[in-house]
Design a protein around this ligand. Structure first.
Ligand code: SHN
Ligand code: NAI
Length: 224
C-alpha cells in the first residue's frame, strides 16, 4: 500500500491553498465543505472562487511567501509553476506542515481521492497517482450505484447504534442485529419512502420503541 488512507477532521483548522485556478478552486471548495478555514494565496482567481458560496474561504491576491504557511495545518500547492510548487513543499516541510502538490504524486506528502459525499457515508477512491481519470470514472459509478438513501441508512443505523451502546456493550449481539437490519432491503424502502415497512423492520429486529419517527423525525424532509 503506497499511501495510508485516513479521514481527517479539518473543522476550524486553517489550510493554505496556493493557486486560485481550476485545481486550487477544487481543493479550496473541498476543504471548506468539510468545515476548514481556507486561505487561498494567488496572483489570480477563478470566477468560482470570486463568487464562492463559502464565507470560510479568504482570498489573498499576492505572490506566495514562506510566511503564508504560518499557523496552517495543511498546505496545497496548486499553481501552474512546478518550481514554485516544489518550493512551497520545501517551506512546508521545514515548518512540519503536510503538503499536497497538484502537479505530481511523488512530490507531496499526501494526494486527494475522488469523493462521493452521502452525509455520514463517505466514499473515497484513489489510484495512488496512477490515473486520476480512472478515480473520477469510479467515483461516478459509485454515485450511480449508491444514492442518497445509503447516506440516510448510515445515519439511521448510527442512531440505533448510539442507543444500543448506551444500553451496554455487546459486540456479538450488536453484530447480529445490524446484520438483520442490513438484510432487510432498507435502502430500497428508504428510497421509496415506505415508512410503515421500515417501522415494521425496526420493530421486528429491535422490538418496540424503535420507530422511524423517534430515530429520525426529519426523515420525510430529507432530500433523496
Ligand atoms: C496525484 C494527484 C495529486 C492531487 O491533486 O492530490 C493528481 C495529480 C494530477 N491530476 C492530473 C490530471 C487530472 N486530474 C483529474 C481529476 C482529479 N484529480 C484528483 C486527484 C489527483 N490528481 C491526485 C491523484 C489521485 C488518484 O490517483 O486517484 C481527484 C481524484 C481529486 C481532486 O483533485 O479533488 C480529481 C477527480 C475528482 C472527481 O471528479 O471526482 C482529471 C480528470 C478530469 O479533470 O476530468 C485529470 C485529467 C485526466 C488525467 O490526467 O487523468 C494531473 C495531470 C495534469 C497534466 O496533464 O499536466 C496531475 C499531475 C500528475 O499526475 O503529474
Ligand atoms: N491535481 C489535479 O487534479 C490536477 C492537477 N493539475 C496540475 O495543477 C496545476 C494547476 O492547474 P490549474 O489550476 O488548471 O492552473 P491555472 O493556470 O488555472 O491556475 C494556476 C494558478 O496559480 C497562480 N499562481 C501562479 N504563480 C503564482 C505565485 N507566484 N503565487 C501565487 N499564485 C500563483 C495563478 O495566478 C493561477 O491562479 C497545473 O500545472 C497541472 O499540472 C492539472 C489538472 C488536474
Amino acid at each position: 500500500m503506497d499511501y495510508y488512507p485516513i479521514f481527517l477532521d479539518v473543522k476550524d483548522r486553517c489550510c493554505l491553498v496556493v493557486g486560485g485556478g481550476a485545481v486550487g478552486t477544487r481543493k479550496a471548495f473541498g476543504l471548506a465543505g468539510a468545515g476548514a478555514r481556507v486561505i487561498v494565496v494567488s496572483l489570480g482567481f477563478s470566477d468560482e472562487l470570486l463568487n464562492r458560496p463559502f464565507s470560510a474561504i479568504t482570498l489573498k491576491k499576492k505572490d506566495f511567501q514562506d510566511s503564508d504557511l504560518d499557523g496552517m495545518s495543511l498546505a496545497f500547492a496548486a499553481t501552474d509553476n512546478m518550481k514554485l510548487n516544489a518550493r512551497i513543499r520545501q517551506a512546508a516541510q521545514k515548518k512540519n506542515i503536510l503538503c499536497n502538490i497538484a502537479d505530481g504524486p511523488d512530490k507531496g506528502d499526501f494526494i486527494l481521492p475522488a469523493v462521493v459525499d452521502r452525509g455520514d457515508l463517505l466514499f473515497a477512491v484513489s489510484t495512488c497517482g496512477a490515473s486520476p481519470a480512472l478515480s473520477r470514472r469510479l467515483r461516478m459509478a459509485i454515485e450511480t450505484r449508491f444514492g442518497r438513501e445509503y447516506g440516510i441508512l448510515a445515519t439511521l443505523l448510527g442512531r440505533i447504534r448510539s442507543i444500543l451502546l448506551e444500553q451496554g456493550h455487546d459486540p456479538k449481539g450488536h453484530r447480529k442485529i445490524f446484520c438483520a437490519l442490513l438484510d432487510a432491503d432498507l435502502p430500497e424502502k428508504i428510497a421509496a419512502g415506505q415508512t410503515h415497512q421500515i417501522d415494521a423492520v425496526l420493530t421486528m429486529v429491535l422490538g418496540d420503541g424503535f420507530s422511524l419517527e423517534r430515530l429520525m423525525p426529519d426523515f420525510g424532509s430529507r432530500e433523496l
